[in-house]
Design a binder for this molecule. Sequence first.
Ligand SMILES: [Zn+2]
Length: 443
Amino acid sequence: MLEQKPILIRSGTLVTMNPRREVLEADLLIAGGRITQIAKSISPRGDEEIIEAKGRWVIPGLIQAHTHLCQALFRGQADDMLLLDWLKKRIWPLEAAHSPESLRRSAQVGLLEMQLSGTTSILDMGTIHHSHILFEEAERSGMRYWGGKCLMDLKGSSGLLYQERGESLKESEDLIKTWHGKSERLSYAIAPRFAVSCSEKLLKEVVALQHKHSVLVHTHASESLEEIALIRKRTGKTNVDYLQSLGLLGPQTVIVHGVHLTAKELRAMVKTQTPLVHCPSSNLKLASGIAPIEHYRQQGLVLGLGSDGAPCNNSMDPFIEMRLAALIQKPKFGPQALPARYALEMATLGGAQLLGRSHDLGSLEEGKMADVVVVDRSHPSVATVECPYSALVYSCLGRDVEHVFIGGQAVVLDKTHQVYNQQQVIAEAQESLTQLRRRAFTQ
Ligand SMILES: [Zn+2]
């Protein structure tokens, strides 16, 4: 990558999320991909790009801790269904019908949407084939990316996405060797889809592969009661309990959903520092349930926030997810549960911790990576709100994001993506979707 010019973001209101949670009227200097200085007033040296941020919030880049770029093209193709039907009748046939081209266009549309709305890091679950394309597009877009191909080796419960265990593990390891750490922004995460579709042997070998390469494991668990019943019938254990028995719990295993954790499972996750990704929209839309996140938080669980794939949400706007995460805890735990500031913590510091990157992501502090988002405050729904946490969580939307920097690279400027041509990406995605649907459902 070409050496980037230093960037001086001037006169913004910095919602730092630093240990003291300071909100500062200050300048912020970016050089060499990192935040090098935060001060009341920084004199330009003359070689910087100047970004005027007066009257705007400047926040840490938002971390999307669970998504499926491969499904971005399926938005609106699978509404109002229960999880297992949703997967078997719509999502898996569509994933199986992906060509390299349709997968690329799906990734582009997802990355475009997420970056325009302030997302700077994602943890992504791929599909079975063509996984290198997701890394190629992540690299091209400038996204800070953790991802990996999906593993599904139980024939009866994997539909068209079944892949033999040895082959899927070999492909995973090849992808790790090619992509993990290829650049500072690309990391691999081994992705057994969920225990329903994975053999015990596969899951044990996932643990071995994880230890060999020291990479994340990323899996769904305890999402719906139907899924939990299937695991109990097969193994005699509840879902996370089963994963623990295979040695999967730990700080490097990211569990997604955890809507129906037992007290024992919650204790085990806290004890082993296994993080959980909360996906409130997805859990509501698929009628999976409302995860008692306020309770999990009080017990000390590491928590991040995810939108999940586009067809179970159907938006990947992190502001919607923060708002919903805060709101849905209140009927059960009271109005003070999951306050706005904590919702923002989940989408910044929580995500950073979950990805093992607390030391250099998740807050605006000198020395950390320059993943920085500037949020416009001129919309009538935001303009008069003084408390930044209230504004950002309850009033803002992705539409308010003005500039996005990832590792100091300007990915979005003035609400315009700097890599993708938005009209072209959308037109090509539309064309690919028409062909993809034909391949998936008319053969
Ligand atoms: Zn998911």
